[in-house]
Design a protein around this ligand. Structure first.
Ligand SMILES: Nc1nc2c(c(=O)[nH]1)N[C@H]1C(S)=C(S)[C@@H](COP(=O)(O)OP(=O)(O)OC[C@H]3O[C@@H](n4cnc5c(=O)[nH]c(N)nc54)[C@H](O)[C@@H]3O)O[C@H]1N2
Ligand SMILES: Nc1nc2c(c(=O)[nH]1)N[C@H]1C(S)=C(S)[C@@H](COP(=O)(O)OP(=O)(O)OC[C@H]3O[C@@H](n4cnc5c(=O)[nH]c(N)nc54)[C@H](O)[C@@H]3O)O[C@H]1N2
Ligand SMILES: [Mo]
Length: 661
């Protein structure tokens, strides 16, 4: 008789909510997935992407066996091979590269397809042991935002998102909660039931903006000016207790004397496109709220001046003395609350001598230009760089090199996997054991696998163990049980994390870290004396429109492309233009259009509406090339310039033209 069981699991996707799951399984199959009511943030419900998760786990598109390339790179002509053949070939080829070019010619990385600490970090240890080039992760995502936040506030983490309930004004700045942090919204709604207002500052009228009490829509890339304009009004009108601010900050006097005079509401209006009286009104609302909660998103950080933008926005919370008040303070993420001994898994000590670091955002350049030594072997797991990296045509050109040996470990035959010499089938998070710690809440949770790996697919962790074994790396790390990994993560753990125990984690219960954020020391002046300011990005008359991109509602980057229902729900790829821009180009809704710049072209369909400022073209989510009418993927349009500091990608600075086909 078939036994049906309900087991607990954790959603392994890259999302701040990190939901707790109840998984119904029978005969080694996942029948249903539901949100766990025992997890206060998940609260028993799931987002549109994960509520039918059995469709992803058992998708007919999953790779079922290792594959070896038998045709030209990029054409996805593969023949099935055994695991033994695949791993034997990988070891032989990597050894050959190490001998001929040195370890640095090898690059391996796993990114955020799997957020479990063991599966995400163990690959780093293997590549350290192999003496490979190191990979600077996060630069396609949050490194600029993190650097901006840290400049403002040091190691202070974001306040607990659940405390938003006690706020009377929620200012959500460049974060699209309804799509990228859905489980926070009910907490915001509870605050609103108690009288709070929700104000959204976003360069597009997102799902979150549509439900807000007030939406301000600045021109993308101008938020630094808006933040400094708000400070100008707050100081000018005496809306804050400056003595209290001074007691918990550095550089306020210089900011007031040297920076703020240039950001009067009229100038800010000219820069941002937001009327001066609205700048005044927002300053007044924010500064006079009893406990304003500032939720900062990553969107505004992805510009040339993006790290300074986050620095400036984050400082607002200190300027109005909102830290330390229940419901007040700021939240971008909560990662800094955790004090795990991550190096127990990453093991930088296994690297015998220092090697160069390659920025994730510059992968295309690394593959096509670096020659000391050239990259000769690449291992990619848990990300899809031919679609999601800047300069994606350059990434593809690199992967097309006949002399590059590429291994891709994924569940699906992604655009990147099409270029692989060897493809290895990966598991979903439900087929692995791992410890998860949220970067958006204060919860951590351990989960055993819900089912055994499908058709012999391997988790990142088991693949690393097998490779380490074949390379003769005898460090005990690679044969540790999950329990031993947890013990290592907790040994030397700092802060409240250090008080957690292995036994407590192994219960599989969601555990909330007891942490309450104090009042941080705010740095209006950086350690090197720099003050925040806004500068006009260069215009290029050939490309009059600014491309705005971000995660889609049903397609989180490309991780759900293997699910037919979600592809259909996201719909065909569109480009939203303001009616003024559409009319000037003779474009009507539904027209076939091409977005172009000097780097490439992407064919999709037009949408028209005033949900973006004039001069902006909005395209949601990242998709494989096949999703577009021609050209693509979207990031062929995106350059690889880095942010002012934090070495992040600048997707939103992409200049384009849109024409009707
Ligand atoms: N233009 C533009 N580009 C962007 C962005 C943007 O806003 N605009 N956003 C950027 C951001 S924030 C990010 S984080 C990146 C995300 O970009 P990527 O890191 O490339 O993320 P995904 O596209 O989700 O690809 C994750 C892959 O991991 C695979 N995977 C899932 N679980 C596992 C596992 O356990 N093991 C292995 N081996 N594979 C697994 C999935 O099948 C999927 O193919 O994109 C960036 N690119
Ligand atoms: N469901 C789901 N959840 C996710 C993800 C997903 O793909 N799907 N991705 C995860 C990942 S990897 C990340 S990094 C986070 C990202 O989640 P968020 O932090 O929300 O970041 P984005 O969605 O990239 O951008 C947020 C908003 O910023 C706006 N924006 C862009 N540029 C500007 C600007 O210059 N000024 C202003 N004011 N607004 C601007 C965009 O219109 C967008 O609505 O979400 C995570 N959560
Ligand atoms: Mo991200």
């Amino acid at each position: 008789m078939t036994e049906t069981r309900v087991v607990r699991a954790v959603c392994g996707h890259d999302c701040p909510d990190q939901c707790s799951l109840r998984v119904t399984v029978a005969d080694g199959r996942v029948l249903r997935v539901a949100g766990d009511p025992a997890h206060p943030f998940t609260d028993g419900w799931l987002c549109g992407k994960v509520q039918n998760y059995e469709e992803r786990v058992h998708s007919p598109d999953r790779i079922l066996t290792p594959l070896r390339r038998v045709g030209p790179k990029g054409e996805a002509t593969f023949a099935p091979i055994s695991w033994d053949e695949a791993l034997t070939e990988i070891v032989a080829r990597w050894r050959g590269v190490q001998r001929r070019y040195g370890g640095e010619a090898l690059v391996g990385y796993a990114y955020s397809g799997h957020m479990g600490l063991i599966n995400r970090n163990l690959p780093r240890a293997l590549f350290h042991a192999l003496g490979a080039s190191q990979f600077q992760t996060g630069t396609v995502c949050d490194s600029a935002a993190e650097a901006g936040w840290t400049r403002a506030m040091g190691d202070t983490p974001g306040v607990d998102p659940e405390t938003v309930v006690e706020s009377d004004l929620v200012l959500c700045w460049g974060a699209n909660l309804a799509t990228t942090n859905v489980h926070m919204l009910p907490f915001v709604e509870r605050a609103r039931e108690r009288g709070a207002r929700l104000v959204v500052v976003d360069a597009a009228r997102t799902r979150t903006a549509r439900i807000a009490d007030w939406h301000l829509m600045p021109r993308p890339g101008t938020d630094t000016a808006l933040a400094l304009g708000l400070m100008h009004v707050i100081v000018r009108d005496g809306l804050t207790d400056l003595d209290a601010v001074r007691a918990t900050s550095i550089g306020l006097g210089r900011l007031i004397a040297e920076v703020l005079p240039a950001y009067d509401p009229l100038r800010v209006a000219a820069i941002t496109g937001i009327e001066a009286r609205q700048v005044e009104r927002l300053a007044d609302l924010y500064a006079t709220a009893a406990a304003p909660f500032l939720r900062i998103g990553m969107g505004p950080s992805r510009h040339a001046g993006g790290a300074t933008t986050i620095w400036s926005i984050a400082l607002l919370a200190s300027l109005v003395n909102s830290w330390g008040k229940p419901g007040g303070g700021a939240h971008m993420d909560s990662a800094k609350i955790w004090g795990w001994n991550y190096n127990a898994l990453r093991r930088p000590d296994l690297l015998a001598r220092a090697t160069r670091t390659i920025n994730h955002s510059l992968l295309g350049r690394a593959l096509t230009e670096y020659d000391d030594p050239p990259v000769m072997a690449l291992f990619v797991a848990a990300n899809n760089p031919t679609v999601t990296c800047p300069e994606s045509a350059r990434v593809r050109a690199g992967l097309a090199r006949g002399d590059l040996f590429t291994v891709v470990h994924d569940l699906f035959l992604t655009n990147t996997a099409r270029y692989a010499d060897i493809v290895l089938p990966a598991t979903t998070a439900l087929e692995t054991d791992d410890l998860y710690r949220s970067y958006g809440t204060y919860y951590a949770q351990y989960a055993d696998r819900s089912i055994d790996p499908i058709c012999g697919a391997r988790s990142n962790a088991s693949l690393m163990s097998e490779l380490a074994d074949r390379f003769g790396i005898d460090d005990p790390l690679f044969s540790r049980s999950p329990r031993e990994h947890l013990a290592a993560l907790l040994a030397d753990a700092s802060g409240p994390t250090g008080a957690l125990t292995v036994e407590e984690l192994l219960t599989g219960d969601p555990i909330k870290l007891p942490w309450s954020v104090g009042v941080p020391l705010a740095r209006f002046e950086a350690e090197d004396g720099l003050l925040p300011s806004w500068s006009e990005p260069p215009e290029d008359p050939r490309w009059p429109l600014q491309l705005l991109t971000g995660p889609g509602h049903f397609q989180a980057h490309t991780a759900y492309e293997g699910v037919d229902r979600l592809r259909r729900r996201e719909g065909r790829p569109t480009c939203l233009l303001h009616p003024t821009d559409a009319e000037a180009r003779g474009i009507r809704a539904g027209d076939e259009v091409t977005i172009a710049n000097e780097r490439g072209v992407v064919g999709l369909w037009a949408e028209i509406g005033d949900g973006v400022p004039v001069g902006t073209a909005l395209v949601k989510t990242q998709r494989s090339r096949a999703a577009y009418r021609h050209g693509g993927p979207l990031n062929v349009l995106v350059g690889d310039d880095l942010t002012d500091f934090g070495a992040g990608a600048t997707y939103q600075d992409t200049r384009v033209e849109v024409r009707r086909d």
